[in-house]
Design a protein around this ligand. Structure first.
Ligand SMILES: *Cc1c(COP(=O)(O)O)cnc(C)c1O
Length: 359
């Protein structure tokens, strides 16, 4: 697929940018929305508030075309589905996977079916799946129930599963690790990341290891993953029947990539811990108020986790930490409005305005 651009500075998609690391050939039709190449933002005010000896970078993956990191994996999954002649894809989703699947399927001209847990999808995400023409079905159950149904359907019928159980999703998503290393010229000391279905921590770890194997970096980061305390199966060591958290993107009780997440933790010498909804919302507020970076609540779990570990004295020396901000704040505007101060209302009168502002 070609793009109408002559700007050599324009970004290219992750398959083109990292073609040598991706499972593609000249025959693979690249279905891309120019995802990836997202900002890596140094967060000095945030670091000063958390622990001044830390250097914190925010990998702002909400800046992807559909507003979350899921685009990195979806460009690969949909490209391979089309290459294999698939006419339909299907996923279960807490919202962002469905948004990405719907958009990339629209671009490829194939059918997309998404199952979402009824009542637990942020408004922005639902609107995306709907406007891109996906067949959206709300399940009276949670994400884990929906995923089981999708696995069963795609096993029986000629429909491609595009959840992160699809190995091409992981291949695409590992590009986030490449970008961080390319930007820093090395790996960070710690890589902080929210953990839901655990595909992304799996993908980042794979990316870092591949870059080391290719001699692009000479050491690996410690992977530090964070679940929400109401849905923390990996931390607790058993599936959570009824996961609960305001961070709906990580409201998952039985992660598909559980084993791989534990491997990332153990091989890297990192950890997987949990943060409360209050800690998540504090970090969400700090990111918005101290750095001007608006992410969705689940994304803030990475920063909440770093803050928690810093307070516990986990970081003993100066360290470079990258925090993945997985999705954009505009996905879930209701949450921001609930958190913030209600605007004042005044008549169109200068005197009243001056009085209110104290001038
Ligand atoms: C999907 C998602 C996550 C969780 O990623 P996993 O790969 O399921 O662990 C976190 N944050 C956001 C915004 C997401 O969309």
């Amino acid at each position: 697929m070609s793009f109408a651009t002559t700007d050599s500075q324009a970004r290219i998609g992750v398959i083109e940018r990292y073609r040598q690391y991706m499972p593609v050939t000249d025959k693979t039709p690249v279905i891309s929305l120019l995802e990836g190449s997202t900002p890596l933002i140094k967060a000095e005010r945030l670091a000063a508030a958390i622990d001044p000896k830390l250097t914190i970078y925010l990998k702002y993956d909400g800046m992807n075309p559909t507003g979350s990191f899921k685009d990195r994996g979806m460009t690969m999954a949909i490209s391979k589905a089309v290459e294999e002649g698939s006419q339909a894809v299907m996923c279960a989703s807490t919202g962002n996977t469905s948004a990405a699947a719907a958009a990339y399927s629209a671009r490829a001209g194939i059918k997309c079916i998404v199952l979402i847990p009824k009542g637990n999808i942020a408004l922005g995400k639902l609107s995306q799946a709907m406007i891109h023409g996906a067949r959206v079905i709300q399940i009276e159950g949670n994400f884990d129930d929906a995923l089981n149904m999708v696995v069963e359907m795609t096993n029986k019928y000629p429909i491609t599963l595009v959840n992160s159980l699809n190995p091409y999703r992981i291949e695409g998503q590992k590009s986030g690790a490449f970008e961080i290393c390319d930007a820093l010229g090395q790996a960070p000391d710690f890589h902080a990341i929210p953990v839901g279905n655990a595909g992304n921590i799996t993908a980042y770890w794979k990316g870092y290891k591949e870059y080391q194997a290719h001699g692009k970096i000479d050491r690996l980061p410690k992977m530090i993953g964070f679940q929400a305390s109401g849905s923390a199966p990996i931390v607790l060591g058993h599936p959570v029947e009824n996961p609960e958290t305001i961070a709906t993107a990580i409201r998952i009780g039985n992660p598909a990539s559980w084993k791989q997440a534990e491997a990332a933790r153990d091989e890297s010498g990192g950890l997987i811990d949990m943060v409360t909804d209050d800690e998540i919302l504090e970090a969400y507020n700090m990111l918005a108020g101290l750095e001007g970076v608006f992410c969705e609540p689940a994304s803030a779990a990475s920063v909440a986790g770093v803050r928690k570990k810093a307070a516990q004295g986990y970081f003993t020396e100066p360290a470079v930490i990258t925090c993945v901000l997985t999705g954009h704040g505009l996905k879930d505007p209701d949450r921001a409005i609930k958190m913030a101060k209600t605007p004042d209302t005044l008549p169109a009168d200068m005197g009243a305005l001056l009085k209110l502002l104290g001038y």
